[in-house]
Design a protein around this ligand. Structure first.
Ligand SMILES: Cc1cc2nc3c(=O)[nH]c(=O)nc-3n(C[C@H](O)[C@H](O)[C@H](O)COP(=O)(O)OP(=O)(O)OC[C@H]3O[C@@H](n4cnc5c(N)ncnc54)[C@H](O)[C@@H]3O)c2cc1C
Length: 446
């Protein structure tokens, strides 16, 4: 936003608490020296964003890097289900699992080809515009047409978005492989299938119905996106002030007129005035912390207090590996060896539904399932680090205050699922089987 405002000719100052911007789009050396890890955002959907061209992010050094197989889920049966940039590859992989589900992809693709302009327009408005009734009307109309093309003319777009993602998966697909792969992709994209409205969209779009998923990592890691955005702000005349935590938003006559830095800032207690104040923090720290109940009133304060951040919490384990991971299901379809991300666990849609229901009910499920990344497959390590690989697994948890041990047990269980999916390697001690000495983990909520 700061880059857009500066580009529009406004005088812009960004005040960032840390030494550099982009806390949740970070790439850091963590644990073993020489290994970089993306601590938070790893799966970048920036290719869809108008900012790519509006701010000329590639011209500012931002280079998207992906793999031709974009997403894969492996199963204990030894099979895998994949999404590839080449539709033919996806189709052939799906057809071996379910002819009906592969045929469904094909008719969906035909629908897309005819409605491409409309789809791109709705996509742009829905994800990058304000939420308006007009955008939703367009979305409903598009879904009406899609459902009719799939032989579900009796169900409208409105009906569809009132279903949960799980209900829509059962409506559209036959095989557990396709249903669980789609549910997992939706889940990790912030569209949990247990919910109405967003969950059904995952069921439709994450099945690859919008065509191949244009998701990537970036050369140098996710943080290069932050760098490009900072450069875009500065190139257009904006100023970035780091080590400048904001304590309060200054309000006069009911209007925000400035900010006051905290006492531990580079300029302790400094007051900076501006015509408009924009907070990039979420509702609770902005309204309860920086403004306070005195300013926003009891009613607004009580609404914000009732918002909970902890429906799902990500727990990540970061591994520094000496070599690439080999999946046992590569024998079924070797495409899995070229994927930079995928999912472990959740063999059936009933397992995923139960897990998701437990998650929102605050119950630790016995089965652990989670997402893995191997960004090195998209951005091979530089020459002097030949052979180094980075990978990360995420699981979704409820955090319990006393839950540290549960998380660790959970991750050991995920590692066991992972090892069942991994092919047996050379005897220990050989260079290809050695795992670099440390793993690191961090947890964070979103
Ligand atoms: C573990 C995890 C994994 C994720 N994975 C993905 C993914 O794969 N793909 C994806 O698209 N999204 C992912 N997300 C979401 C994505 O990371 C965030 O939506 C995105 O980074 C938010 O960017 P932002 O600039 O709005 O916020 P942030 O990056 O959080 O920036 C907010 C900034 O405000 C600063 N700040 C805080 N308090 C103050 C204060 N008082 N004064 C001044 N500055 C302050 C912080 O230091 C921070 O730099 C993930 C999130 C998490 C937590």
């Amino acid at each position: 936003m700061s880059a857009y405002l500066a580009k529009a000719g406004l005088s812009v100052g960004v005040f960032e608490a840390r030494g550099q911007c982009g806390a949740h789009c970070d790439t850091v050396e963590l644990g073993v020296p020489g290994y970089l890890h993306n601590l938070h955002a790893t799966w970048l959907a920036t290719a869809y964003s108008p900012a790519m061209t509006d701010l000329d992010l590639p011209g500012l050094g931002f280079e998207l890097r992906g793999t031709d197989v974009t997403y894969v889920k492996c199963f204990e049966s030894g099979r895998n289900l994949l999404h590839a940039m080449d539709f033919d590859l996806t189709y052939r992989n799906w057809a071996r699992v379910s002819e009906a589900d592969a045929a469904m992809q094909l008719t969906a693709l035909e629908f897309n080809a005819v409605n491409l302009d409309e789809m791109l327009e709705v996509n742009r408005r829905f994800w990058y515009g304000p939420p308006t009734a007009q955008t939703m009307e367009q979305m409903y109309k598009l879904l009406d047409g899609f459902l009719a093309s799939q032989g579900h003319a009796g169900i409208s777009g409105v009906d569809l978005l009132n279903m949960t993602g799980f209900e829509v998966l059962d409506l559209l697909f036959e095989s557990d492989e396709v249903k669980t792969t789609t549910a997992s992709a939706g889940w990790i994209s912030g569209l949990p299938p247990i919910h109405r409205k967003l969950g059904p969209l995952a069921a439709v779009f994450m099945a690859g119905i919008g065509g191949p998923m244009a998701v990537h990592n970036a050369r140098g890691g996710s943080h290069s996106l932050t760098h490009a955005l900072v450069k875009a702000t500065v190139d257009h005349g904006g100023e970035i002030w780091t080590t400048s935590p904001v304590g309060d938003i200054v309000v006069e006559n009911g209007r925000a007129v400035g900010i006051r830095l905290r006492e531990d800032a580079l300029m302790p207690g400094e007051e900076i005035r501006a015509g408009t104040i924009v907070s990039n923090l979420t509702a609770a720290p902005t309204f309860l912390g920086m403004l306070g109940e005195d300013v926003i009133g009891t009613e607004m304060a009580s609404r914000i207090k009732s918002f909970h951040y902890d429906e799902q919490v990500l727990f990540g384990a970061y591994y520094s590996l000496s070599d690439d991971v080999e999946f046992a299901s590569a024998a079924w379809d070797p495409g899995i060896q070229r994927a930079m991300m995928g999912y472990l666990g959740g063999e059936t849609i009933d397992d995923m539904r139960r897990h998701n229901m437990n998650l929102v009910s605050g119950v630790m499920d016995d089965e652990i399932m989670g997402n893995w990344f191997m960004p090195s497959r998209a951005t091979p390590p530089r020459r002097h680090r030949v052979g180094t690989r980075r990978s990360c697994g995420w699981t979704f948890h409820r955090i319990r205050v006393d839950g540290g041990a549960d998380h660790l047990r959970g991750h050991r269980r995920l590692a066991r699922v992972g090892s069942r999916c991994a092919r047996k390697r050379a005897p220990s001690g050989s260079s290809s089987s050695r795992q670099a000495s440390r793993t690191s983990s961090s947890s964070s909520s979103r």
